[in-house]
Write a protein that binds this ligand. Structure first.
Ligand SMILES: *Cc1c(COP(=O)(O)O)cnc(C)c1O
Length: 379
Protein backbone atom coordinates (compact mmCIF):
# COMPACT_ATOMS: atom_id res chain seq x y z
CA UNK A 1 0.00 0.00 0.00
CA UNK A 2 1.25 3.43 -0.90
CA UNK A 3 2.54 5.77 1.78
CA UNK A 4 3.51 9.29 0.93
CA UNK A 5 7.25 8.84 1.13
CA UNK A 6 8.92 5.57 1.99
CA UNK A 7 12.56 4.54 2.17
CA UNK A 8 12.86 0.77 1.97
CA UNK A 9 16.27 -0.39 3.10
CA UNK A 10 17.55 -3.85 2.19
CA UNK A 11 19.65 -4.89 5.17
CA UNK A 12 20.83 -8.00 3.35
CA UNK A 13 22.36 -5.75 0.68
CA UNK A 14 24.26 -3.93 3.44
CA UNK A 15 25.38 -7.28 4.84
CA UNK A 16 26.63 -8.42 1.40
CA UNK A 17 28.34 -5.10 0.73
CA UNK A 18 30.23 -5.38 4.02
CA UNK A 19 31.21 -8.97 3.26
CA UNK A 20 32.45 -7.85 -0.17
CA UNK A 21 34.44 -4.98 1.41
CA UNK A 22 35.84 -7.35 4.05
CA UNK A 23 37.16 -9.57 1.25
CA UNK A 24 38.76 -6.52 -0.34
CA UNK A 25 40.27 -5.59 3.04
CA UNK A 26 42.00 -8.95 2.93
CA UNK A 27 42.56 -9.49 6.64
CA UNK A 28 42.31 -5.94 7.96
CA UNK A 29 39.43 -5.52 10.42
CA UNK A 30 36.33 -3.71 9.14
CA UNK A 31 34.89 -0.75 11.03
CA UNK A 32 31.48 0.07 9.53
CA UNK A 33 30.65 3.76 9.63
CA UNK A 34 27.03 4.38 10.66
CA UNK A 35 27.09 8.12 11.48
CA UNK A 36 24.27 10.44 10.42
CA UNK A 37 21.64 7.74 10.94
CA UNK A 38 23.58 5.31 8.81
CA UNK A 39 23.81 7.83 5.93
CA UNK A 40 20.01 8.02 6.11
CA UNK A 41 19.51 4.23 6.12
CA UNK A 42 18.80 3.86 9.86
CA UNK A 43 21.75 3.63 12.25
CA UNK A 44 20.97 0.60 14.41
CA UNK A 45 19.58 -1.77 11.76
CA UNK A 46 22.44 -0.82 9.43
CA UNK A 47 24.96 -1.49 12.21
CA UNK A 48 23.45 -4.92 12.91
CA UNK A 49 23.55 -5.79 9.22
CA UNK A 50 27.19 -4.66 9.01
CA UNK A 51 28.11 -6.86 11.98
CA UNK A 52 26.40 -9.82 10.29
CA UNK A 53 28.46 -9.04 7.19
CA UNK A 54 31.72 -9.28 9.10
CA UNK A 55 32.38 -5.83 10.54
CA UNK A 56 33.89 -6.04 14.02
CA UNK A 57 33.92 -2.32 14.76
CA UNK A 58 31.39 0.48 14.30
CA UNK A 59 32.06 4.20 14.02
CA UNK A 60 30.04 7.36 14.46
CA UNK A 61 30.84 11.06 14.45
CA UNK A 62 29.34 12.23 17.74
CA UNK A 63 28.91 11.26 21.39
CA UNK A 64 25.12 11.30 21.04
CA UNK A 65 25.34 8.86 18.16
CA UNK A 66 27.58 6.57 20.23
CA UNK A 67 25.07 6.65 23.08
CA UNK A 68 22.11 5.93 20.79
CA UNK A 69 24.00 3.18 18.97
CA UNK A 70 25.03 1.44 22.19
CA UNK A 71 21.49 1.64 23.55
CA UNK A 72 19.95 0.47 20.28
CA UNK A 73 22.31 -2.48 19.91
CA UNK A 74 21.99 -3.56 23.53
CA UNK A 75 25.51 -4.95 23.20
CA UNK A 76 28.28 -3.74 25.48
CA UNK A 77 31.04 -5.60 23.71
CA UNK A 78 31.15 -4.29 20.16
CA UNK A 79 33.75 -1.56 19.73
CA UNK A 80 32.35 1.86 18.82
CA UNK A 81 34.76 4.57 17.71
CA UNK A 82 33.78 8.24 17.83
CA UNK A 83 35.60 10.14 15.06
CA UNK A 84 34.66 13.68 15.94
CA UNK A 85 35.70 16.44 18.26
CA UNK A 86 34.19 16.12 21.72
CA UNK A 87 33.56 19.07 23.99
CA UNK A 88 34.19 18.68 27.71
CA UNK A 89 30.46 18.03 28.10
CA UNK A 90 30.38 15.41 25.34
CA UNK A 91 33.46 13.38 26.30
CA UNK A 92 31.80 11.70 29.32
CA UNK A 93 28.75 10.83 27.21
CA UNK A 94 31.01 8.82 24.89
CA UNK A 95 33.02 7.28 27.73
CA UNK A 96 29.87 6.33 29.65
CA UNK A 97 28.92 3.95 26.85
CA UNK A 98 32.43 2.56 26.49
CA UNK A 99 33.15 4.20 23.15
CA UNK A 100 36.72 4.70 21.91
CA UNK A 101 37.52 8.38 21.38
CA UNK A 102 39.88 10.43 19.22
CA UNK A 103 42.47 12.71 20.80
CA UNK A 104 45.11 14.92 19.19
CA UNK A 105 46.12 17.51 21.79
CA UNK A 106 48.44 17.02 24.74
CA UNK A 107 46.08 19.13 26.84
CA UNK A 108 43.15 16.77 26.27
CA UNK A 109 45.32 13.70 26.80
CA UNK A 110 46.69 15.09 30.07
CA UNK A 111 43.22 16.05 31.30
CA UNK A 112 41.97 12.55 30.56
CA UNK A 113 44.99 11.00 32.26
CA UNK A 114 44.49 13.21 35.34
CA UNK A 115 40.79 12.29 35.59
CA UNK A 116 41.73 8.65 36.15
CA UNK A 117 38.76 7.60 34.07
CA UNK A 118 39.22 4.52 31.88
CA UNK A 119 39.22 5.31 28.18
CA UNK A 120 40.48 3.89 24.90
CA UNK A 121 42.15 6.51 22.77
CA UNK A 122 42.93 6.81 19.04
CA UNK A 123 45.54 9.48 18.39
CA UNK A 124 44.83 11.43 15.21
CA UNK A 125 47.41 12.86 12.84
CA UNK A 126 46.21 15.46 10.35
CA UNK A 127 48.17 14.24 7.33
CA UNK A 128 46.57 16.79 5.01
CA UNK A 129 42.78 16.96 5.30
CA UNK A 130 43.25 20.10 7.36
CA UNK A 131 40.35 19.60 9.75
CA UNK A 132 40.73 17.61 12.98
CA UNK A 133 43.95 16.07 14.31
CA UNK A 134 47.36 17.59 14.79
CA UNK A 135 49.48 18.40 11.75
CA UNK A 136 52.57 18.16 13.90
CA UNK A 137 53.98 14.62 14.15
CA UNK A 138 56.01 15.67 17.20
CA UNK A 139 52.84 16.73 18.98
CA UNK A 140 51.14 13.49 17.90
CA UNK A 141 54.06 11.57 19.41
CA UNK A 142 53.70 13.54 22.64
CA UNK A 143 50.00 12.65 22.78
CA UNK A 144 50.91 8.98 22.23
CA UNK A 145 53.37 9.10 25.14
CA UNK A 146 50.87 10.72 27.53
CA UNK A 147 48.22 8.14 26.64
CA UNK A 148 50.61 5.18 26.78
CA UNK A 149 51.95 6.35 30.13
CA UNK A 150 48.57 6.86 31.83
CA UNK A 151 47.28 3.91 33.85
CA UNK A 152 43.63 4.48 33.01
CA UNK A 153 44.16 5.11 29.30
CA UNK A 154 44.66 2.55 26.58
CA UNK A 155 46.43 3.54 23.38
CA UNK A 156 44.03 1.80 20.99
CA UNK A 157 44.71 3.44 17.65
CA UNK A 158 46.80 5.81 15.56
CA UNK A 159 44.97 7.20 12.58
CA UNK A 160 44.37 9.73 9.84
CA UNK A 161 41.80 10.57 7.16
CA UNK A 162 42.29 11.28 3.43
CA UNK A 163 41.23 14.39 1.53
CA UNK A 164 41.28 13.03 -2.02
CA UNK A 165 40.84 9.27 -1.83
CA UNK A 166 37.90 9.56 -4.25
CA UNK A 167 39.96 11.43 -6.87
CA UNK A 168 41.87 8.66 -8.54
CA UNK A 169 45.14 9.61 -10.09
CA UNK A 170 45.78 12.60 -7.85
CA UNK A 171 49.16 12.84 -6.14
CA UNK A 172 47.98 14.11 -2.73
CA UNK A 173 46.60 10.75 -1.63
CA UNK A 174 50.08 9.23 -1.89
CA UNK A 175 51.59 12.15 -0.01
CA UNK A 176 49.14 11.75 2.86
CA UNK A 177 49.73 8.02 2.92
CA UNK A 178 53.51 8.55 3.13
CA UNK A 179 53.15 11.12 5.92
CA UNK A 180 50.89 8.81 7.90
CA UNK A 181 53.16 5.77 7.48
CA UNK A 182 56.24 7.74 8.53
CA UNK A 183 54.53 8.69 11.79
CA UNK A 184 52.35 5.67 12.54
CA UNK A 185 54.62 2.72 11.82
CA UNK A 186 57.16 3.74 14.47
CA UNK A 187 54.26 4.29 16.89
CA UNK A 188 53.14 0.70 16.31
CA UNK A 189 56.69 -0.59 16.61
CA UNK A 190 57.01 1.11 20.00
CA UNK A 191 53.51 0.15 21.16
CA UNK A 192 52.59 -3.27 19.78
CA UNK A 193 48.85 -3.81 19.50
CA UNK A 194 47.95 -0.25 18.59
CA UNK A 195 45.72 -0.32 15.49
CA UNK A 196 46.71 1.83 12.53
CA UNK A 197 43.84 3.02 10.33
CA UNK A 198 43.33 5.44 7.47
CA UNK A 199 41.07 4.08 4.72
CA UNK A 200 37.55 5.28 3.97
CA UNK A 201 35.54 3.48 1.26
CA UNK A 202 37.41 5.06 -1.64
CA UNK A 203 40.84 4.34 -0.20
CA UNK A 204 39.82 0.77 0.66
CA UNK A 205 38.76 0.15 -2.94
CA UNK A 206 41.60 2.11 -4.46
CA UNK A 207 44.80 1.11 -2.71
CA UNK A 208 45.64 -1.87 -0.47
CA UNK A 209 48.60 0.12 0.88
CA UNK A 210 46.04 2.23 2.78
CA UNK A 211 44.42 -0.72 4.58
CA UNK A 212 46.75 -1.09 7.60
CA UNK A 213 45.07 -2.88 10.55
CA UNK A 214 41.52 -1.56 10.18
CA UNK A 215 39.49 -0.01 7.36
CA UNK A 216 36.61 2.44 7.85
CA UNK A 217 34.13 2.16 4.97
CA UNK A 218 30.96 4.21 5.21
CA UNK A 219 29.27 5.08 1.95
CA UNK A 220 30.13 1.78 0.23
CA UNK A 221 28.46 -0.39 2.87
CA UNK A 222 25.16 1.14 1.75
CA UNK A 223 25.91 0.25 -1.87
CA UNK A 224 26.75 3.82 -2.81
CA UNK A 225 29.80 4.32 -4.99
CA UNK A 226 32.52 6.45 -3.35
CA UNK A 227 33.65 7.64 -6.78
CA UNK A 228 30.13 8.74 -7.77
CA UNK A 229 29.95 6.13 -10.53
CA UNK A 230 27.64 3.17 -11.05
CA UNK A 231 27.88 1.06 -7.86
CA UNK A 232 27.42 -2.14 -9.88
CA UNK A 233 30.86 -1.60 -11.45
CA UNK A 234 32.38 -2.33 -8.04
CA UNK A 235 29.91 -5.05 -7.06
CA UNK A 236 28.11 -2.78 -4.62
CA UNK A 237 24.35 -3.15 -4.23
CA UNK A 238 22.37 -0.01 -3.45
CA UNK A 239 20.43 -0.74 -0.26
CA UNK A 240 17.94 2.10 -0.32
CA UNK A 241 14.88 2.54 -2.47
CA UNK A 242 12.78 5.70 -2.19
CA UNK A 243 9.17 5.62 -3.32
CA UNK A 244 6.07 7.75 -3.28
CA UNK A 245 2.85 7.59 -5.29
CA UNK A 246 0.53 9.50 -7.57
CA UNK A 247 -1.71 11.41 -5.17
CA UNK A 248 -3.43 13.68 -7.71
CA UNK A 249 -3.72 13.83 -11.50
CA UNK A 250 -4.82 16.84 -13.49
CA UNK A 251 -4.69 18.15 -16.98
CA UNK A 252 -2.88 21.43 -17.51
CA UNK A 253 -4.05 23.30 -20.61
CA UNK A 254 -1.50 25.29 -22.60
CA UNK A 255 -0.58 28.27 -20.42
CA UNK A 256 -1.48 26.61 -17.10
CA UNK A 257 1.34 26.34 -14.59
CA UNK A 258 2.34 23.89 -11.85
CA UNK A 259 4.04 24.75 -8.57
CA UNK A 260 5.37 27.82 -6.78
CA UNK A 261 6.71 30.63 -8.91
CA UNK A 262 5.12 29.14 -12.07
CA UNK A 263 8.50 27.65 -13.05
CA UNK A 264 6.64 25.21 -15.29
CA UNK A 265 4.09 26.49 -17.77
CA UNK A 266 2.46 23.93 -20.04
CA UNK A 267 3.19 24.53 -23.73
CA UNK A 268 0.42 22.13 -24.67
CA UNK A 269 -2.12 19.96 -22.91
CA UNK A 270 -0.09 18.13 -20.23
CA UNK A 271 -1.07 15.50 -17.68
CA UNK A 272 0.44 16.44 -14.33
CA UNK A 273 0.90 13.97 -11.45
CA UNK A 274 1.35 15.41 -7.99
CA UNK A 275 3.59 13.21 -5.82
CA UNK A 276 3.60 13.95 -2.09
CA UNK A 277 7.31 14.24 -1.35
CA UNK A 278 9.30 17.46 -1.12
CA UNK A 279 12.28 19.16 0.40
CA UNK A 280 10.69 18.63 3.84
CA UNK A 281 11.45 14.97 3.19
CA UNK A 282 14.93 15.68 1.86
CA UNK A 283 13.95 15.60 -1.82
CA UNK A 284 16.08 18.56 -2.69
CA UNK A 285 14.63 21.80 -4.03
CA UNK A 286 17.50 22.02 -6.52
CA UNK A 287 15.79 19.16 -8.42
CA UNK A 288 13.14 21.61 -9.67
CA UNK A 289 12.66 21.19 -13.44
CA UNK A 290 15.60 18.71 -13.57
CA UNK A 291 14.75 15.64 -11.48
CA UNK A 292 13.28 12.39 -12.73
CA UNK A 293 11.36 9.46 -11.31
CA UNK A 294 10.05 6.12 -12.57
CA UNK A 295 6.43 5.29 -13.23
CA UNK A 296 5.38 1.96 -14.77
CA UNK A 297 9.08 1.35 -15.49
CA UNK A 298 9.52 4.56 -17.50
CA UNK A 299 11.28 7.83 -16.73
CA UNK A 300 9.06 10.82 -16.02
CA UNK A 301 10.41 14.38 -15.81
CA UNK A 302 9.93 16.50 -12.71
CA UNK A 303 8.31 19.75 -13.78
CA UNK A 304 8.15 22.97 -11.78
CA UNK A 305 9.45 23.72 -8.33
CA UNK A 306 10.03 21.16 -5.59
CA UNK A 307 7.96 22.41 -2.68
CA UNK A 308 8.17 21.36 0.95
CA UNK A 309 5.59 18.61 0.71
CA UNK A 310 4.89 17.94 -2.99
CA UNK A 311 6.42 17.71 -6.44
CA UNK A 312 4.86 17.54 -9.88
CA UNK A 313 5.76 15.29 -12.82
CA UNK A 314 4.77 15.38 -16.46
CA UNK A 315 3.09 12.01 -17.08
CA UNK A 316 1.64 12.78 -20.51
CA UNK A 317 3.97 10.42 -22.42
CA UNK A 318 2.06 8.17 -24.81
CA UNK A 319 0.96 4.87 -23.32
CA UNK A 320 2.10 5.68 -19.79
CA UNK A 321 -1.40 5.33 -18.38
CA UNK A 322 -0.76 7.01 -15.02
CA UNK A 323 -3.49 6.34 -12.45
CA UNK A 324 -4.15 7.60 -8.97
CA UNK A 325 -2.26 5.50 -6.43
CA UNK A 326 0.44 4.32 -8.85
CA UNK A 327 3.88 3.80 -7.29
CA UNK A 328 6.52 6.37 -8.15
CA UNK A 329 10.16 5.37 -7.67
CA UNK A 330 12.53 8.24 -6.92
CA UNK A 331 15.58 6.11 -6.12
CA UNK A 332 15.65 2.48 -7.18
CA UNK A 333 14.70 0.21 -10.04
CA UNK A 334 11.37 -0.37 -11.74
CA UNK A 335 11.13 -2.66 -14.75
CA UNK A 336 14.30 -2.23 -16.79
CA UNK A 337 14.95 1.32 -15.60
CA UNK A 338 16.93 2.42 -12.58
CA UNK A 339 17.62 5.74 -10.87
CA UNK A 340 20.58 5.62 -8.49
CA UNK A 341 21.45 8.08 -5.75
CA UNK A 342 24.47 8.84 -7.94
CA UNK A 343 22.13 9.88 -10.80
CA UNK A 344 20.17 12.18 -8.48
CA UNK A 345 23.38 13.69 -7.11
CA UNK A 346 24.80 14.31 -10.58
CA UNK A 347 21.66 16.19 -11.65
CA UNK A 348 22.20 18.78 -8.92
CA UNK A 349 25.99 18.78 -8.71
CA UNK A 350 26.33 17.13 -5.34
CA UNK A 351 27.43 13.71 -4.05
CA UNK A 352 25.43 10.54 -3.40
CA UNK A 353 26.26 10.83 0.33
CA UNK A 354 24.17 13.98 0.55
CA UNK A 355 21.16 12.51 -1.25
CA UNK A 356 20.50 9.67 1.21
CA UNK A 357 21.70 11.54 4.30
CA UNK A 358 19.31 14.38 3.48
CA UNK A 359 16.22 12.16 3.85
CA UNK A 360 14.42 13.46 6.91
CA UNK A 361 12.64 11.68 9.74
CA UNK A 362 9.35 12.33 7.94
CA UNK A 363 10.26 9.65 5.41
CA UNK A 364 9.13 6.31 6.81
CA UNK A 365 11.92 3.74 6.92
CA UNK A 366 11.11 0.10 6.29
CA UNK A 367 13.85 -2.48 6.73
CA UNK A 368 13.79 -5.84 4.98
CA UNK A 369 16.02 -8.60 3.70
CA UNK A 370 15.69 -9.09 -0.07
CA UNK A 371 11.98 -8.32 0.28
CA UNK A 372 11.38 -10.52 3.32
CA UNK A 373 11.32 -9.67 7.01
CA UNK A 374 14.46 -9.62 9.12
CA UNK A 375 14.94 -10.39 12.81
CA UNK A 376 15.43 -6.70 13.48
CA UNK A 377 13.01 -5.30 10.89
CA UNK A 378 11.48 -2.06 12.00
CA UNK A 379 14.06 -1.24 14.64
C1 LIG B 1 32.74 9.42 7.40
C2 LIG B 1 34.10 8.93 7.63
C3 LIG B 1 34.54 7.73 7.05
C4 LIG B 1 33.74 6.96 6.03
O1 LIG B 1 33.92 7.60 4.78
P1 LIG B 1 33.24 7.04 3.45
O2 LIG B 1 33.77 7.93 2.38
O3 LIG B 1 31.78 7.19 3.64
O4 LIG B 1 33.66 5.64 3.31
C5 LIG B 1 35.79 7.24 7.42
N1 LIG B 1 36.57 7.92 8.29
C6 LIG B 1 36.19 9.10 8.84
C7 LIG B 1 37.10 9.81 9.77
C8 LIG B 1 34.95 9.65 8.51
O5 LIG B 1 34.59 10.82 9.05
Amino acid sequence: MAVRALARVNLCAIERNVARLAREANGSAVCAVVKADGYGHGMVPSARAALRGGATWLAVATAGEARDLRAGLGDDAVRILVFGALSDAELPVALDVGADVSVWTVARAEAMAASGRAARVHVKLDSGLGRLGTRDATEADAVVEVVAGADALELAGAWTHFATADERGDHFFGEQLARFKAWAEPVRAAHPGVLLHAANSAALLRDPASHFDLVRPGVAIYGLDPFGEDPAQRDLEPALELTSYVAALKTAEAGDSAGYGRRFVAARETLIATVPIGYGDGWRRALGNTGEALLHGRRIPLVGTVSMDNVTFDVSAAGLGAKLGDDVVLIGAQGAEQITAEDVARAIDTINYEITTALTARVAREHHCDGAGTPDAGT
